[in-house]
Design a protein around this ligand. Sequence first.
Ligand code: ADP
Ligand code: MG
Ligand code: ZN
Length: 603
Amino acid sequence: EDLEDNSQLDRNRGPPAETSSYIKDSPYTSEIMSKLHLFGLEKFRPNQSEAIHAAMSGADVFVLMPTGGGKSLCYQLPAVCQGGKTKGVTIVISPLLSLINDQVQALREKGIIADSLTSETREGDNKAVRSRIYGNDKPSLLYVSPERLQISESLKNTLAYLHQRGELARFVIDEAHCISTWGQDFRAAYQELGKLREDFPGVPIMALTATADERAKSDILHGLKLEKPAIFAQSFDRPNLFYRVITKTNAEELAKYINQSHPDQSGIIYCRSRDGCEKLANQLRTKGLKAKHFHAGLDKTEKEATQNEWKRKQGHIIVATIAFGMGIDKPDVRFVIHFDLPKSMDGYYQETGRAGRDGKPAECILHYAYRDVQPIRNMIHKDQQTTHAAKTRQDQDLNVVVRFCTNNTVCRRTQILQHFGERFDDSLCRGRCNNCAEKGSRIQTNITEEVKTVISLVQTLERGQEKVTLDQCRSIYKGSSASAIKNKQHDRLPGYAAGRHLPPELLDIVFHQCIHLGVLEEKPVQNGKWHHNYLKLGPQAATFLREDKETLVDYKPKTPKSTTAGKKIQGPRKGRNAADAAPQKPPERLQELYADDDEIEWS
Ligand code: ADP
Ligand code: MG
Ligand code: ZN
């Protein structure tokens, strides 16, 4: 099956906190406030006002803000003010034509003169734009693609003309991390932007990105030759998003959930493969949901039609590969569901970041199934197009995602933000992730003995040169009486039925923990034209048996009251039952959680 890739231009990482006091005694306050209403907004989000004031004062500005944080306003608003230190046309360099078109259209709807020059601009439009620039109706903002800026002599002349007349207000470099050779989003034309400083001395530069990776940040500051920039960075936490990881369900359950929890609300469901998207969208439609698929295999008109319908109407669902979403700015997306594993935490943050851009509560649900992991891994390694280094990175990315999915203890916000280098205090989550919300209903239990038994079982099988899959091994351990097991006399093995007392969810956890600990491995073996994943001892097996490493896991029993399974295996060891407190039912509806929460809106 086809995995899709896109250059993830709005990936995010954690911020260093730097503050500034550009607002104090600012002469620009009244004009800025009056222009805010032009944009149909009432108040600023964090750092917007500061960045705008800094821009008006003529400084170079660097804005680091998560996706959906509101970076555009930071340059659009100064562009329509008269009172700042700089006057004239604001040149915005933006990497995507769709983003440019959306923004120009939105600005024009507000009565702001905005133009664009890209590879798509037709000759007639080109002339019109030029005559506006050379005439009296100069646009407040002119959007250009970096490639156009690089190659078009006439555009260079136009900029020089404006510069001579002191009518170049500033250069804005949106998605500025595209300048960095470290990231996946590197764009050669962005590197040329380093020349702006020399070619247009005295014109301030504003760079904006959602990528806070230190290397990217340094590339931006140096590459664009920013001078004493005012830097605005902030937490990457998205307080209005509820993060949940659940055991993967099926189309039917999913439809039921959406119908119950998100009736007539807009959402995105991400799947890995194109086939998967089409199939799931189909299944959801039969359950009465307005679902459509979207992937890179659709032709341009199909893509646009699907995207536009979803964008304009309410209550539509897009079932998409990660090809969908770049530059999507729909404020009222109420849920983002990953029905398959995301490729990386960066991807996960970016994709979930498309929910709740209006600041109102939204939900992000990741459906995790252990059985999904190995096929993805196989696919990574099978791909002949990718280099060894890229495979290793994809493998590591996947590991991080799996670790996130299987860590049912630590606050999900803490885990996500930690990935971006930001420290987050769990207590601030206040039940807005399933790990925090379900704290009371989880049981901690000691599975050291179980792991040892499974290791011995696999050891015995290996000695007998027998190959079994994880599922087969689980059946033996569980004590299945299937004929396949009888036929192979697996019911005579020492570990047969040793796990008969475990509830299924804990049985799974024992095996996944074995893999996670590296005491077992799944090894793909080519068998004719099929790949089979056989279980074998992992590098940590011997150490584990020798050192008797205590293994505690957290899990949520299917029926919260019956804690017998957990107790049975706790034995005399140190495992403690974390469910002392009465199991606390997680809120059914998000709204309950937010009922008296005053921190949801970006203040
Ligand atoms: P970014 O570029 O940082 O991803 P955008 O500039 O595209 O974010 O803004 C994301 C959304 O937030 C848009 O729908 C925008 O209208 C909205 N928005 C921006 N600033 C504000 C504000 N101060 N108040 C309310 N909504 C805002
Ligand atoms: Mg943006
Ligand atoms: Zn939490």
